[in-house]
Design a protein around this ligand. Structure first.
Ligand code: S3P
Length: 172
């Protein structure tokens, strides 16, 4: 029986939090979202932490990620930049974790993130350009950290959850 964690990685706006919460419900496992965890842990919002500096945010992210993954039987949704730090990639590579990378086309990402205030990296005059730039920098990191990749661009949330559950069953 699999007693590790399901970890969802991927760019902003690919559905990690919504899909992760539903997967956890299906499995009756705990759900943890790294960004929400960081906000509770620091009592500060993500943009405030970024205002201090991105490095400050990333250091806290790595600290809490290690804490979170030391437990098992959780579905963990991660911030889109989790793959940028080697320490986090090492944590992801542990055989205790089953890592799903959610993807979406840049236009779909742009539409989905428009309404969110928690993404300081996209708070620029041309967010589409920034999305494409960050995707270019990160795509290979997402690819190599993932056991499975799922494109959420044209799928319902329920369909993605069902795909994850089916892949998970194969590991049980
Ligand atoms: C970030 C993604 C955000 C959040 C922070 C940085 C990134 O999380 O961690 O704004 O670097 O891609 P989501 O992927 O949940 O939006």
């Amino acid at each position: 029986m699999f007693t590790g964690n399901i970890v969802l990685i991927g760019f902003m706006g690919t559905g990690k939090t919504t899909i992760g919460r539903l997967c956890a419900e299906k499995l009756s496992w705990d759900f943890v979202d790294t960004d929400q965890y960081i906000e509770q842990f620091t009592n500060q919002r993500i943009p405030e932490l970024f205002r201090i500096s991105e490095a400050h945010f990333r250091a806290i992210e790595t600290q809490v990620f290690g804490e979170i993954l030391s437990r098992g039987c959780q579905v963990v949704s991660t911030g889109g930049g989790i793959v940028t730090r080697p320490e986090n990639r090492e944590l992801l590579a542990s055989s205790r974790n089953l890592v799903f990378c959610l993807t979406a086309r840049p236009n779909v990402i742009l539409r989905r993130v428009k309404t969110s205030a928690k993404r300081p990296l996209l708070d620029t005059p041309d967010p589409k350009k920034q999305i494409c730039l960050l995707l270019k920098q990160r795509n290979s990191l997402y690819q190599s950290a993932a056991d499975y990749r799922l494109d959420t661009s044209d799928k319902s949330i329920q369909a993605v959850v069902a795909d994850i559950m089916a892949l998970m069953e194969q590991r049980r």
